[in-house]
Design a protein around this ligand. Sequence first.
Ligand SMILES: O=C(CO)COP(=O)(O)O
Length: 254
Amino acid sequence: MLSATTLSATTRKRLVMGNWKMHGSLAANAKLLDGICAGVAAVHNSDIAVCVPFPYLAQARDNLRGTGVSWGAQDVSVHEQGAYTGEVSAAMLNDFACQWVLVGHSERRSLHAETDEQVAGKALAALKADITPVVCVGETLEEQQSGRTTEVIARQLAPVLALGADRVAGLVLAYEPVWAIGTGLTATPEQAQAVHAFIRGRLAELGAPQVRVLYGGSVKASNAGSLFAMEDIDGALVGGASLVAEEFLRIAAA
Ligand SMILES: O=C(CO)COP(=O)(O)O
Protein backbone atom coordinates (compact mmCIF):
# COMPACT_ATOMS: atom_id res chain seq x y z
CA MET A 1 0.00 0.00 0.00
CA LEU A 2 1.17 3.54 -0.68
CA SER A 3 1.93 5.62 2.39
CA ALA A 4 0.38 9.10 2.66
CA THR A 5 3.69 10.77 1.75
CA THR A 6 4.30 8.51 -1.26
CA LEU A 7 0.80 9.14 -2.46
CA SER A 8 1.16 12.91 -2.19
CA ALA A 9 4.55 12.88 -3.94
CA THR A 10 2.95 11.18 -6.91
CA THR A 11 0.23 13.79 -7.14
CA ARG A 12 2.46 16.87 -7.20
CA LYS A 13 3.11 17.65 -10.84
CA ARG A 14 6.61 18.83 -11.56
CA LEU A 15 7.03 22.54 -12.30
CA VAL A 16 10.05 23.91 -14.16
CA MET A 17 10.16 27.68 -14.13
CA GLY A 18 12.65 30.00 -15.79
CA ASN A 19 13.68 33.18 -14.00
CA TRP A 20 15.12 35.42 -16.68
CA LYS A 21 16.24 37.99 -14.09
CA MET A 22 17.32 41.23 -15.85
CA HIS A 23 18.11 39.64 -19.19
CA GLY A 24 16.48 39.97 -22.57
CA SER A 25 15.40 42.26 -25.39
CA LEU A 26 12.39 42.07 -27.68
CA ALA A 27 14.50 40.35 -30.32
CA ALA A 28 16.28 37.91 -28.01
CA ASN A 29 13.06 37.03 -26.19
CA ALA A 30 11.24 36.30 -29.45
CA LYS A 31 13.92 33.77 -30.37
CA LEU A 32 13.94 32.21 -26.90
CA LEU A 33 10.14 31.96 -26.64
CA ASP A 34 9.92 30.49 -30.14
CA GLY A 35 12.52 27.90 -29.20
CA ILE A 36 10.67 26.94 -26.02
CA CYS A 37 7.33 26.71 -27.83
CA ALA A 38 8.84 24.60 -30.58
CA GLY A 39 9.93 21.94 -28.10
CA VAL A 40 7.25 22.05 -25.45
CA ALA A 41 5.04 19.37 -27.01
CA ALA A 42 7.75 16.81 -26.27
CA VAL A 43 7.70 17.60 -22.53
CA HIS A 44 4.97 15.58 -20.84
CA ASN A 45 5.93 15.37 -17.22
CA SER A 46 6.38 19.04 -16.26
CA ASP A 47 4.46 22.27 -16.13
CA ILE A 48 6.67 24.90 -17.81
CA ALA A 49 6.70 28.61 -17.04
CA VAL A 50 8.88 31.69 -17.51
CA CYS A 51 9.13 34.75 -15.25
CA VAL A 52 10.16 37.71 -17.35
CA PRO A 53 11.05 41.37 -16.68
CA PHE A 54 7.96 43.62 -16.40
CA PRO A 55 8.34 45.34 -19.81
CA TYR A 56 8.18 41.98 -21.57
CA LEU A 57 4.98 40.66 -19.96
CA ALA A 58 2.91 41.67 -23.00
CA GLN A 59 5.38 39.90 -25.28
CA ALA A 60 5.28 36.77 -23.13
CA ARG A 61 1.47 36.81 -23.12
CA ASP A 62 1.23 37.34 -26.88
CA ASN A 63 3.80 34.65 -27.68
CA LEU A 64 2.75 32.05 -25.12
CA ARG A 65 -1.03 32.19 -25.02
CA GLY A 66 -2.41 28.76 -25.90
CA THR A 67 1.02 27.09 -26.04
CA GLY A 68 0.98 25.28 -22.69
CA VAL A 69 3.84 27.47 -21.41
CA SER A 70 2.69 29.87 -18.70
CA TRP A 71 4.28 33.17 -17.68
CA GLY A 72 4.71 35.47 -14.75
CA ALA A 73 6.67 38.34 -13.21
CA GLN A 74 9.66 38.50 -10.89
CA ASP A 75 8.24 40.77 -8.18
CA VAL A 76 5.00 42.44 -7.10
CA SER A 77 4.14 45.32 -4.83
CA VAL A 78 2.63 44.71 -1.44
CA HIS A 79 0.40 47.74 -2.14
CA GLU A 80 -2.75 47.76 -4.24
CA GLN A 81 -2.35 51.25 -5.78
CA GLY A 82 -1.21 54.76 -4.98
CA ALA A 83 1.90 56.88 -4.70
CA TYR A 84 4.47 54.08 -4.98
CA THR A 85 6.80 55.14 -7.78
CA GLY A 86 8.33 52.20 -9.59
CA GLU A 87 6.07 49.60 -8.01
CA VAL A 88 3.84 47.20 -9.96
CA SER A 89 0.64 45.87 -8.41
CA ALA A 90 -0.85 42.39 -8.60
CA ALA A 91 -3.85 43.83 -10.46
CA MET A 92 -1.45 45.15 -13.12
CA LEU A 93 0.07 41.68 -13.46
CA ASN A 94 -3.46 40.37 -13.92
CA ASP A 95 -3.87 42.70 -16.90
CA PHE A 96 -1.15 40.63 -18.56
CA ALA A 97 -2.69 37.30 -17.52
CA CYS A 98 0.25 36.38 -15.31
CA GLN A 99 -0.19 33.02 -13.63
CA TRP A 100 2.89 33.38 -11.42
CA VAL A 101 5.00 35.88 -9.58
CA LEU A 102 8.28 35.34 -7.78
CA VAL A 103 8.44 36.87 -4.32
CA GLY A 104 11.37 37.06 -1.95
CA HIS A 105 14.05 36.05 -4.41
CA SER A 106 17.39 36.30 -2.61
CA GLU A 107 18.49 39.06 -5.00
CA ARG A 108 15.47 41.14 -3.88
CA ARG A 109 16.09 40.28 -0.24
CA SER A 110 19.76 41.29 -0.40
CA LEU A 111 19.74 44.14 -2.96
CA HIS A 112 16.44 45.69 -1.85
CA ALA A 113 16.47 44.74 1.82
CA GLU A 114 13.13 42.93 1.60
CA THR A 115 12.12 41.52 4.95
CA ASP A 116 10.43 38.18 5.65
CA GLU A 117 7.23 40.09 6.53
CA GLN A 118 7.29 42.09 3.29
CA VAL A 119 7.77 38.90 1.31
CA ALA A 120 4.73 37.35 3.01
CA GLY A 121 2.79 40.56 2.28
CA LYS A 122 3.69 40.29 -1.40
CA ALA A 123 2.60 36.65 -1.44
CA LEU A 124 -0.74 37.67 0.04
CA ALA A 125 -1.17 40.50 -2.49
CA ALA A 126 -0.62 38.00 -5.30
CA LEU A 127 -2.99 35.41 -3.83
CA LYS A 128 -5.73 38.01 -3.48
CA ALA A 129 -5.37 38.70 -7.22
CA ASP A 130 -5.49 34.96 -8.07
CA ILE A 131 -1.83 34.91 -9.05
CA THR A 132 0.29 32.09 -7.64
CA PRO A 133 3.25 33.46 -5.68
CA VAL A 134 6.46 31.47 -5.83
CA VAL A 135 7.99 32.27 -2.46
CA CYS A 136 11.77 31.92 -2.47
CA VAL A 137 13.77 31.04 0.62
CA GLY A 138 17.40 30.11 1.14
CA GLU A 139 20.42 30.57 3.34
CA THR A 140 23.73 32.32 2.60
CA LEU A 141 27.07 30.51 2.52
CA GLU A 142 27.97 31.87 5.94
CA GLU A 143 24.65 30.70 7.39
CA GLN A 144 25.09 27.28 5.82
CA GLN A 145 28.65 26.90 7.08
CA SER A 146 27.62 27.82 10.60
CA GLY A 147 24.92 25.12 10.59
CA ARG A 148 22.00 27.55 10.58
CA THR A 149 20.25 26.48 7.37
CA THR A 150 16.99 25.20 8.86
CA GLU A 151 16.88 28.03 11.40
CA VAL A 152 17.06 30.58 8.56
CA ILE A 153 14.51 28.76 6.41
CA ALA A 154 12.13 28.49 9.37
CA ARG A 155 12.48 32.22 10.04
CA GLN A 156 11.86 33.10 6.39
CA LEU A 157 8.85 30.79 6.22
CA ALA A 158 7.22 31.87 9.48
CA PRO A 159 5.23 34.91 8.25
CA VAL A 160 4.27 33.01 5.10
CA LEU A 161 2.96 30.00 7.03
CA ALA A 162 1.13 32.44 9.33
CA LEU A 163 -1.10 33.26 6.34
CA GLY A 164 -2.80 29.94 7.17
CA ALA A 165 -3.29 26.60 5.47
CA ASP A 166 -5.89 27.80 2.96
CA ARG A 167 -3.68 30.60 1.66
CA VAL A 168 -0.49 28.54 1.77
CA ALA A 169 -2.17 25.77 -0.24
CA GLY A 170 -2.36 28.29 -3.10
CA LEU A 171 1.34 29.06 -3.37
CA VAL A 172 4.57 27.44 -4.51
CA LEU A 173 7.81 27.50 -2.51
CA ALA A 174 11.31 27.56 -3.94
CA TYR A 175 14.40 26.61 -1.95
CA GLU A 176 17.36 28.47 -3.43
CA PRO A 177 20.53 28.33 -1.35
CA VAL A 178 22.16 31.71 -1.98
CA TRP A 179 25.58 30.08 -2.29
CA ALA A 180 24.35 28.01 -5.24
CA ILE A 181 22.82 30.85 -7.28
CA GLY A 182 24.81 31.74 -10.37
CA THR A 183 27.94 30.18 -8.89
CA GLY A 184 27.97 26.82 -10.62
CA LEU A 185 27.84 25.25 -7.15
CA THR A 186 24.71 23.12 -6.83
CA ALA A 187 23.50 21.62 -3.58
CA THR A 188 23.88 17.87 -3.87
CA PRO A 189 20.54 16.11 -4.35
CA GLU A 190 20.84 14.81 -0.77
CA GLN A 191 21.62 18.27 0.64
CA ALA A 192 18.67 19.78 -1.20
CA GLN A 193 16.36 16.90 -0.25
CA ALA A 194 17.17 17.37 3.43
CA VAL A 195 16.02 20.99 3.30
CA HIS A 196 13.01 20.15 1.15
CA ALA A 197 11.98 17.46 3.64
CA PHE A 198 12.25 20.04 6.42
CA ILE A 199 10.03 22.43 4.44
CA ARG A 200 7.59 19.62 3.62
CA GLY A 201 7.38 18.85 7.33
CA ARG A 202 6.39 22.44 8.07
CA LEU A 203 3.79 22.34 5.31
CA ALA A 204 2.37 19.05 6.59
CA GLU A 205 2.12 20.42 10.15
CA LEU A 206 0.16 23.35 8.78
CA GLY A 207 -2.12 21.09 6.75
CA ALA A 208 -0.84 22.04 3.30
CA PRO A 209 1.32 19.03 2.33
CA GLN A 210 0.58 19.29 -1.40
CA VAL A 211 2.40 22.59 -1.95
CA ARG A 212 5.10 22.20 -4.59
CA VAL A 213 8.63 22.94 -3.44
CA LEU A 214 11.06 23.79 -6.24
CA TYR A 215 14.85 23.75 -6.03
CA GLY A 216 16.92 26.57 -7.51
CA GLY A 217 20.64 27.26 -7.81
CA SER A 218 22.77 26.35 -10.84
CA VAL A 219 20.24 23.82 -12.15
CA LYS A 220 21.31 22.49 -15.55
CA ALA A 221 20.24 19.63 -17.79
CA SER A 222 23.18 17.64 -16.42
CA ASN A 223 22.07 17.79 -12.77
CA ALA A 224 18.28 18.17 -13.06
CA GLY A 225 17.52 14.44 -13.24
CA SER A 226 19.27 13.59 -9.99
CA LEU A 227 17.58 16.52 -8.21
CA PHE A 228 14.14 15.56 -9.53
CA ALA A 229 14.66 11.98 -8.34
CA MET A 230 14.43 13.24 -4.76
CA GLU A 231 11.15 12.62 -2.94
CA ASP A 232 10.44 16.22 -1.96
CA ILE A 233 11.87 18.14 -4.94
CA ASP A 234 8.95 19.04 -7.17
CA GLY A 235 10.74 20.93 -9.90
CA ALA A 236 13.20 23.73 -10.46
CA LEU A 237 13.53 27.49 -10.56
CA VAL A 238 16.15 28.01 -13.24
CA GLY A 239 18.19 31.17 -13.83
CA GLY A 240 21.01 31.14 -16.38
CA ALA A 241 20.06 27.86 -18.03
CA SER A 242 16.55 29.16 -18.75
CA LEU A 243 17.99 31.64 -21.25
CA VAL A 244 18.84 28.86 -23.72
CA ALA A 245 15.70 27.16 -25.05
CA GLU A 246 17.24 23.72 -25.67
CA GLU A 247 18.87 23.59 -22.24
CA PHE A 248 15.69 24.76 -20.50
CA LEU A 249 13.63 22.12 -22.32
CA ARG A 250 16.16 19.43 -21.46
CA ILE A 251 15.78 20.34 -17.79
CA ALA A 252 11.98 20.16 -18.07
CA ALA A 253 12.23 16.75 -19.72
CA ALA A 254 14.89 15.38 -17.32
O1 LIG B 1 18.29 32.43 -8.83
C1 LIG B 1 18.02 31.48 -9.52
C2 LIG B 1 16.67 31.27 -10.05
O2 LIG B 1 15.75 32.12 -9.42
C3 LIG B 1 19.06 30.48 -9.90
O3 LIG B 1 19.91 31.07 -10.81
P1 LIG B 1 21.00 30.13 -11.58
O4 LIG B 1 20.21 28.97 -12.14
O5 LIG B 1 21.55 31.02 -12.64
O6 LIG B 1 21.97 29.69 -10.55
